[in-house]
Design a protein. Structure first.
Length: 138
């Protein structure tokens, strides 16, 4: 889902622009930024907007719930599932269940953290940057 907002271009550099977005009433309850009266974004300048122009900025809204799930819940689910599998395997092989569960959990957490790192890089990549789509005042 994309969100559009009006903002002001404050600097331009090689196809990118720094824009200032005036905060609105929803921002008072958010708490994600410092709480000043404006937020700054780096955006892809696909309409070649110049400094001082008012523009429309489109931002891809990432699902906060989805990101929180991937970062916090996914590792816990991996630990729980791999521990259970380790205990079942240890019982079947007549080994120490706790030791096998710890080893298997550690082995499965490594790929999980690699996945989270790759996901973070994807979210932070240029494809997820805001895009200037229209110049309001010519």
């Amino acid at each position: 889902m994309k969100e559009s907002m009006e903002c002001l271009v404050v600097s331009v550099d090689q196809g990118m622009a720094k824009v200032r977005v005036k905060m609105h009433s929803d921002c008072s309850s958010c708490g994600l930024c410092e709480g000043s009266d404006a937020v700054y974004y780096e955006a892809i300048n696909q309409v070649d907007a110049k400094c001082g122009k008012s523009v429309i900025l489109e931002i891809e809204k990432q699902g906060v719930l989805k990101i929180a799930f991937i970062v916090f819940v996914l590792p816990l689910l991996v630990i729980a599932a791999s521990s259970e599998m380790g205990i079942c395997f240890a019982n079947f092989m007549h080994l120490s269940g706790l030791l096998v569960a710890i080893i298997l959990s550690g082995m499965t957490l490594v790929p999980t953290f690699i996945f989270i790192k790759k996901y973070d890089e994807k979210v932070q990549s240029k494809s997820s940057l805001p895009i200037i789509t229209k110049i309001i005042n010519e």
